[in-house]
Ligand binder design. Sequence first.
Ligand code: SF4
Ligand SMILES: [Fe+2]
Length: 294
Amino acid sequence: MANRGKRLSTNVEGNFFVDHTCINCDTCRQLAPLSFREIGEYSSVSYQPVTELETLEAYRSLLACPVGSIGTIHPDKNILCRAQDSFPLLLEGEVYYTGFNSEKSFGANAYFIRHPEGNWLIDSPRYVSRLLEAFDQLGGIKYIFLSHEDDVAEAARYATRFQGTRITHADDAEAVPGAEWIVNERHPFQMSPDFLIIPVPGHTPGSMALLYKQRFLFTGDHLWWDRDTKSLEVPSVYVWNEEQLHQSTRLLLDYPFEWVLPGHGSRVHLPSSNMRLELNRLVQSFQGVKAPSI
Ligand code: SF4
Ligand SMILES: [Fe+2]
């Protein structure tokens, strides 16, 4: 619960505010880019929402904030409930962003896919009743795909509640005690016609991406969209092995996709040809780094 007494002085005056417990995870800026901006080492309210949609987006940010740093002076329970009920938030088709980011994964985004052969949770949000209800209504969770060791959060509780199978790579498996499925492969493999698992070592040794229907690429912390530069980015810090990171990124040129759905950083949807151009541009920027064979 945000504390008005800890309100950052960088907030513009008005109903919404951020307090100084903010961990600068970027979630609010992704969900309501008009209202929240990075100022110094925190997010702050840079514009008070006016329209109904702007207000709804600000309340979604309030609920998704992993540490409860966003507050209101005059809460509107009506819109708050609407924001809560809008999670998981439909992105396209049967693919959702869950909301309720967890502090245990430093506020990483988690996703959900509704699928006739069993639903997938990609990384883990907080364990909250709204999501339990929603996942029940959507048919439960069969697989919990863990992109890498940092974003495990509440995966064990979701696995227990839904009898789900946690999928993790052997090289990051220490973070997932009791994982039901440990991936040992070092090359991409088709798990079923719609799902391709792509090991992408680099950020961590056991990082994996998941390509769904050759359209949606779930990337963990391997690849994301930078809103400022309007380009695809890979991590430049918190990198286990830079050469492997670059090699793993080049590998993605072999696959068509339109969406990049990361743990940290912004989501993006581009036509497949534009996505390829962007990925090519990123890979070109690696020139000069010798790629090892893996
Ligand atoms: S979602 Fe919360 S913790 Fe993350 S940047 Fe916004 S205010 Fe800070
Ligand atoms: Fe990470």
